[in-house]
Design a protein around this ligand. Structure first.
Ligand SMILES: [Zn+2]
Length: 140
């Protein structure tokens, strides 16, 4: 079988992951390596001495907006020194597209707490979508 489109090998763990899960990690001096989010987080945690940080991968979650339309959100957690950014996004044709949301926490936060905050944020946002659709109906 051919290599799936929009997938890249992580040079550290060898896993094949979606392109949006790959980070060019390094510097001009040392060169860049393509790492998956998990390996990236592990390296950042090690170099920053964040031994409490645990990388968590979450399976995609399907949420329905008030028009009854289903949206599948993928999650990505990235450590950046003092904080953790958790993104939720839809994927089309192998790339993030559509709705995108983010919450920022600290490396000590429980990933499940961050996930709950993020999902709550998405729910609130997509539950007001019908207002936009209603506006569109008024257009000629
Ligand atoms: Zn990896």
């Amino acid at each position: 079988m051919a290599r799936p489109k929009h997938q890249t090998h992580c040079v550290s763990c060898g896993r094949s992951v979606p392109d949006y899960d790959i980070i060019n990690f390094g510097s001009v001096d040392t060169g860049y390596r393509q790492l998956c989010t998990k390996c990236f987080n592990t390296e950042v945690a090690e170099s920053d001495g964040l031994d409490k940080f645990e990388h968590a991968d979450f399976a995609p979650v399907e949420l329905t907006d008030c028009d009854g339309q289903a949206h599948v959100f993928h999650f990505r957690t990235r450590l950046f020194g003092p904080g953790v950014a958790m993104d939720a996004f839809e994927v089309r044709d192998g790339h993030p597209a559509g709705y995108q949301f983010q919450v920022i926490g600290t490396p000590e936060d429980d990933p499940l707490t961050l996930l709950a905050r993020l999902i709550e944020k998405i729910r609130r946002a997509i539950s007001i979508k019908h207002l936009k659709v209603g506006t569109r109906l008024l257009l000629p």
